[in-house]
Design a protein around this ligand. Structure first.
Ligand SMILES: [Zn+2]
Length: 149
């Protein structure tokens, strides 16, 4: 064990980029079970090699830099989908809407009725008009038995 620890001392290990590359490798590996393709196999091996290389690398500065670049690209790519994700996650509670004038994202309570809604951006006072197809759900806390008959 101490030999292993000594070997691992100063090595870079795992980060977000490695996890992402490893997930890609797994996907390619699974595809490979059904569909044999030389190019895919090569890409898969290359990915695995990069993950292992980065894990044992002693150039921590360079690996950290790579990870930062990866996170930057990831954030930029996922940014347009952020509100879609939020709206889905809180579909029974809130509406997330972007102000087209100042690009601020507003968190609004769900309206009582579906339809065209208005809101005022607190940052730039711009009037936002949007269509909301969701409405607040009324939950039943206590069922009145007598009303059922
Ligand atoms: Zn605004």
């Amino acid at each position: 064990m101490s030999n292993f620890l000594r070997m691992m001392y100063g090595r870079y290990g795992v980060d977000n980029l490695s996890k992402f590359l490893f997930s890609l490798y797994i996907i390619i590996f699974v595809i490979g079970l059904f569909y044999k393709n030389f190019i895919l196999d090569t890409i898969g091996l290359l990915l695995l090699f990069i993950v292992i290389f980065r894990f044992f690398s002693k150039n921590i500065y360079k690996r950290t830099k790579e990870n930062q670049i990866y996170l930057k690209i990831k954030n930029k790519t996922l940014k347009p989908f952020k509100n879609i994700k939020r709206n889905f996650k809180e579909r029974n509670e809130h509406v997330y809407k972007k102000c087209h004038k100042c690009k601020t994202t507003l968190k609004l309570p769900l309206p009582y009725e579906r339809g065209i809604k208005h809101a005022k951006c607190p940052t730039c006072k711009n009037k936002i008009t949007f269509l909301c197809l969701r409405k607040q759900k009324i939950e039943i806390i206590k069922d009145n038995e007598r009303m059922k008959k």
